[in-house]
Write a protein that binds this ligand. Structure first.
Ligand SMILES: C[S@@+](CC[C@H](N)C(=O)[O-])C[C@H]1O[C@@H](n2cnc3c(N)ncnc32)[C@H](O)[C@@H]1O
Length: 180
């Protein structure tokens, strides 16, 4: 078992926990089974969690977590639901493990969400994006996200990619965007 080169979810949580300047408001862009939402609610005062699948939202509702506002809609509509600035945003792209693989995050809505998220992000805030390149839509997302982040203003944003180089080429990648 590796300590650092472990799974991208653990790594993204570690980075958010240790490097986000303030811990007031966070967004989970992809609620799924709720692991990242649980993590965010343990570390931030308020969490907005999005999922287009009602089942994901209904399952999380049972946890009665009063720090979490659940939104059964696309993360592409962040600005419709969130009227305050945020300190961290997590995306765990792709499909719900154990769920319907045909319901997956899609290039256009993902890019729109990242774009709106960066507008809401406070100085010192971090966006983490776990990208799963082992399926077709994931590969498209990777290409579009890389193109998008490479053009972000370097005076305002630091962008770093974590990629495993000695395993399968389809191993997930972790992208971190930090706002100065
Ligand atoms: C890889 S799973 C997320 C795993 C989750 N972070 C966890 O801790 O279990 C991806 C989730 O994104 C959701 N999703 C797909 N497109 C979405 C969109 N446009 N807006 C919000 N959620 C979306 C899927 O329904 C799925 O539940």
């Amino acid at each position: 078992m590796f300590e650092y080169v472990s799974d991208v979810s653990m790594l993204s949580q570690h980075i958010i926990k240790n490097f986000t300047k303030n811990k007031n408001v966070a967004i989970d862009g992809t609620l799924g089974n709720g692991y990242d939402t649980d993590f965010l609610s343990e570390n931030f005062n308020k969490v907005y969690s999005f999922d287009i699948q009602k089942i994901a939202v209904d399952n999380y509702k049972k946890r009665n977590n009063n720090k979490v506002e659940l939104i059964n809609d696309s993360h592409s509509k962040l600005e419709k639901y969130i009227k305050e600035n945020v300190d961290a945003i997590m995306y765990n792209l792709g499909f719900l493990p154990g769920g319907d693989k045909s319901i997956t995050t899609m290039v256009e809505s993902t890019i729109k969400s990242i774009e709106s998220g960066l507008e809401l992000l406070n100085s010192g805030g971090i966006v983490s994006i776990a990208i799963y390149v082992g399926h077709d839509e994931g590969k498209k997302e990777e290409m579009a996200i890389m193109k998008y982040v490479k053009n972000l203003d370097k005076k305002l944003y630091g962008v770093m990619l974590h990629e495993v180089l000695n395993r399968s080429e389809s191993a997930p990648k972790l992208l971190i965007i930090e706002k100065k």
